[in-house]
Design a protein around this ligand. Structure first.
Ligand SMILES: CC(O)(O)NCCCCNCCCN
Ligand SMILES: [Zn+2]
Length: 660
C-alpha cells in the first residue's frame, strides 16, 4: 500500500494584507517550497495524489461553535478595514477574503487523508495545508490557525470509522493548546506535544502548557506536555523524549490511528523554534510512529517558517512514509540537562497513569515549573548572551544525506530443503571462503553444508555493507555458532560497529569485545552478572521473552536509546531457539531496528524455527507490524530492574539518562 499526498495550490492564495510583525512569517511560499521540493526530488511521483476538498459545516462543527463558524463565514465579504477589525478579537492570526475557503480546504484535506488511510486505499500519508490548525479553539482563531484540522480529523475518524483510540503527536515547536482543550477530558484521544516554553516566557505563554497538565476527569493521563525550557534542543533531546516518554505510553495506549500535527518549526534554522535538530530527525520520528496502529499514520502540516529547513524536513518525512531507509544519525551525545529535567518531570507527572512509566523517578529537586519567576535582568542577560549562539536563520547545516533504496530489499540464505518465503530473494552465489576461515568453521564444528551456508552468509553481509541489499534472513543449523563466526569475521574491516541483539539465551556468549566494535544487548530470562561490560548488556526479564510488556519496555527504554547512541553500521538480530518471543513483538522489534544502520539488519535464526520465517520476512519487507494487543502491566521487578540498569549504564551511555 502506498503513501497519500494532499496538496492544492488554492491554499497558497491568501496572505497578510497589512503590517503585523507577529504574522509576517506565515506566507504562501511555505506551501510552495514544500510541494516543489517533493516534486524536484521525485517523491511526489511516488505518492498517491489525493484531491483536497472543503470540509462541510457539520464536519467543522465537530470541533468549533456555530457562532464562530457563522462569524468566519462572513469574512469573504469583508472590506480590508472589516477584516482588520475582525482579526483584532483573536491572537497572532490574520484574516483574508480567501482564508475561509482555504481553511475549509485544509480541514477537508485532513479528512480526505483519514478516509484514504481508514479505507485501506493507502497505508499512510501527508496533507500539505495552510492555514494550520492546532492553536484554533472551539470559538476562536489563534496562532495563524482558523479551524483545528487535526482535532476535526480525530473526531471524524471516531465518528465515521468507529476508531476507538487516536494518538495525536504534535512535534510542532508551539503548544497546540487548541487540541489540548478539545480532548483533555477524552480518554479516547491521547495528545502528546513538546513545545518551546522557557518557563512560560514563550508564546502562547500558557500555564496549562506545562508538564503538569495531564488531562482532566476521565481524560486524566491522556494529555502529555513536554516543555522545552531552553532553545537549541538537538536530535538527542527529541529522540530521548520519544524513547523515554512518548513511545512507552503510545505502546501501552495501543492506538488504532496516529495523527501527527506535523509542524517543522522544531527544526534547525526556524526563527520561531530556534532549535538545532536537523531535518533528518523527522525521518526517525516518522519511522518510530509508523510501527504503531498497524502503520496507519496521517501527517498534517502545521508550522515551519524557515523555507529551507521546512522543505528538507517535509522531504525527510515523506521519504520515510514511502518506506525508504532512514539515514544514520551521527554523534548523538545524549540529552542536555534542561531536556532531562523536562522529560523527568513529564515521566513523573504521568507515572501514576501509565504502567510503563510506573518506575519513573521523582521530579527533579529544582521543580522547573516554579522557575518562571525569573528576574528581568536574568532574562535580559540570557537573551543578549544567547543571541549569537542560538540556532537562528543564520545557522547553516548539512543537506540531509541521500537515502538510496538498495536494488534488493530482503535476501535470504536458507538450507536447500527450505522453501523461501514470498518476497525474499534467495542468495545463490556463494564465494569461496579463505581456507583460514574454513578451518575456523571446521573447529566451530560446522559440517560441510554448514560451510556452504557460511560462505553464503558472508556474501550476504558483503552485499548488505555494499548497500546492494537492505536486509537479510539466514537460517543456520546452529545459531550461536553462526553468530560467533559472523561477529568475529565482521569486525575485520567490513563494518566499523555491529549491534548484536540477542533474543533469548541458549548459552553464555563468550565473545565480547571491549574495543567497541561490537555491542551486544541480550534480552532473556536469565541474569548474568559476570562479564557485563559497556559493550555487553544483558537484560533480564523475569518471565523471559514471552512477556511482551517487559520486552517492549526493554526495547523502547534501553535498546533504542543505546542503538541511537552506538550508531551501528550493521544490526545482527539473533533469535535463540526457544526464546518464546511473541510473533507480533518479533515483528515490532524488526520494524524498530530498521531505524539503525540504514536498515541493514541481518536476522539469524535456527533452522528448526523456520515456522516464523513468514512473519520475519513480512517485517523485513517493511510491512507494518501488527499492534501489540492488550499489554499486561509489566512485572514490577522488571520495571525496577530496567530503571536500575539504566541508572548504572547512563555513565557510559548518555542516551539512557532519564534523571538529572
Ligand atoms: C502553527 C504554529 O504553531 O506554527 N503557529 C505559530 C504561531 C506563533 C504566534 N506567535 C508569533 C510571534 C512571531 N515572532
Ligand atoms: Zn508552530
Amino acid at each position: 500500500m502506498g503513501t497519500a499526498l494532499l496538496y492544492d495550490e488554492e491554499m497558497t492564495k491568501y496572505k497578510l494584507l497589512w503590517v503585523d510583525p507577529a504574522c509576517k512569517i506565515e506566507v504562501p511560499e511555505r506551501l510552495i517550497v514544500s510541494y516543489e521540493a517533493l516534486v524536484r526530488s521525485g517523491l511526489s511521483d511516488r505518492c498517491i495524489s489525493i484531491p483536497a476538498r472543503e470540509a462541510s459545516d457539520s464536519e467543522i462543527l465537530l470541533v468549533h461553535s456555530e457562532l464562530y463558524l457563522e462569524a468566519v463565514k462572513k469574512t469573504p465579504y469583508m472590506t480590508l478595514e472589516d477584516l482588520k477589525e475582525f482579526t483584532l478579537q483573536f491572537g497572532d492570526v490574520y484574516f483574508h477574503p480567501n482564508i475561509y475557503h482555504c481553511a475549509k480546504l485544509a480541514s477537508g484535506s485532513a479528512l480526505q487523508l483519514v478516509d484514504s488511510v481508514m479505507t485501506g486505499k493507502v497505508r499512510n500519508g501527508i496533507a500539505l495545508v495552510r492555514p494550520p490548525g492546532h492553536h484554533s479553539m472551539h470559538g476562536a482563531a489563534n496562532g495563524f490557525c482558523v479551524f483545528n484540522n487535526v482535532a476535526i480529523a480525530a473526531r471524524y475518524a471516531k465518528q465515521k470509522y468507529g476508531v476507538k483510540r487516536v494518538l495525536i503527536v504534535d512535534w510542532d515547536i508551539h503548544h497546540g493548546q487548541g487540541v489540548q482543550y478539545c480532548f483533555e477530558d477524552d480518554p479516547s484521544v491521547l495528545y502528546f506535544s513538546w513545545h518551546r516554553y522557557e518557563h512560560q516566557n514563550f508564546w502562547p505563554n500558557l500555564r496549562e502548557s506545562d508538564y503538569d497538565s495531564v488531562g482532566k476527569e476521565s481524560g486524566t493521563g491522556f494529555n502529555i506536555n513536554v516543555p522545552w525550557n531552553n532553545v537549541g534542543m538537538e536530535n538527542s533531546d527529541y529522540l530521548s523524549v520519544f524513547c523515554h516518554v512518548l513511545l512507552p505510553v503510545a505502546y501501552e495506549f495501543c492506538p488504532d490511528l496516529v495523527l501527527v500535527c506535523a509542524g517543522f518549526d522544531s527544526a534547525i534554522g526556524d526563527p520561531e523554534g530556534e532549535m538545532c535538530a536537523t531535518p533528518d530527525i523527522f525521518a526517525h520520528l516518522t519511522h518510530l510512529l509508523m510501527n504503531l496502529a498497524g502503520g496507519k499514520l496521517c501527517a498534517v502540516l502545521e508550522g515551519g517558517y524557515n523555507l529551507t529547513s521546512l522543505a528538507q524536513s517535509v522531504c525527510q518525512t515523506v521519504q520515510t512514509l514511502l518506506g525508504d531507509p532512514v539515514p544514520q544519525l551521527a554523534n548523538l551525545r545524549g540529552p542536555c540537562k534542561s531536556a532531562i529535567e523536562s522529560l523527568q518531570c513529564a515521566r513523573s507527572a504521568h507515572r501514576r497513569y501509565w504502567s510503563f512509566l510506573k518506575h519513573a523517578a521523582d521530579p527533579p529537586m529544582t521543580d522547573i515549573s516554579t522557575k518562571h519567576i525569573k528576574s528581568a535582568m536574568e532574562e535580559e542577560e540570557k537573551t543578549e548572551m544567547a543571541e549569537e549562539e542560538r540556532c537562528t536563520e543564520g545557522k547553516v547545516w548539512p543537506e540531509p544525506p541521500e537515502r538510496l533504496c538498495p536494488p534488493v530489499c530482503s535476501a535470504s540464505v536458507l538450507p536447500d530443503d527450505v522453501v523461501c518465503p514470498d518476497g525474499l530473494k534467495p542468495l545463490s552465489s556463494s564465494k569461496d571462503l579463505e581456507p583460514l576461515l574454513v578451518s575456523k568453521l571446521k573447529t566451530a564444528a560446522v559440517d560441510g553444508d554448514g560451510v556452504t551456508t557460511f560462505s553464503r552468509l558472508y556474501t550476504l553481509v558483503e552485499k548488505l555493507v555494499a548497500n546492494e541489499i537492505r536486509n537479510g534472513l539466514v537460517l543456520v543449523p546452529d545459531v550461536a555458532a553462526a553468530m560467533m563466526c559472523v561477529v568475529q569475521d565482521l569486525t575485520s574491516d567490513l563494518v566499523k560497529r555491529v549491534l548484536v541483539v540477542c533474543v533469548g539465551k541458549e548459552k553464555e556468549l563468550d565473545y565480547v569485545t571491549t574495543d567497541g566494535k561490537v555491542l551486544v544487548v541480550q534480552i532473556s530470562s536469565e541474569d548474568s552478572e559476570e562479564h557485563r561490560s559497556k559493550y555487553y548488556i544483558p537484560v533480564c526479564l523475569k518471565k523471559g521473552c514471552s512477556d511482551t510488556s517487559g520486552f517492549i519496555q526493554a526495547v523502547l527504554g534501553l535498546l533504542l536509546p543505546l542503538g541511537y547512541e552506538y550508531n551501528p553500521d550493521l544490526v545482527l538480530l539473533v533469535r535463540m531457539p526457544g526464546s518464546g518471543v511473541v510473533d507480533s513483538m518479533w515483528q515490532q522489534l524488526i520494524g524498530l531496528l530498521q531505524g539503525f544502520a540504514k536498515g541493514h539488519t541481518l536476522v539469524l535464526m535456527q533452522v528448526n524455527e523456520k515456522a516464523c520465517m513468514g512473519s520475519t520476512a513480512s517485517a523485513l519487507l517493511g510491512h507494518p507490524a501488527p499492534p501489540l494487543q492488550d499489554l499486561q502491566t509489566p512485572f514490577p521487578e522488571d520495571g525496577d530492574a530496567l530503571e536500575r540498569l539504566r541508572e548504572r549504564l547512563q555513565a557510559d551511555w548518555k542516551m539512557l539518562q532519564t534523571t538529572s
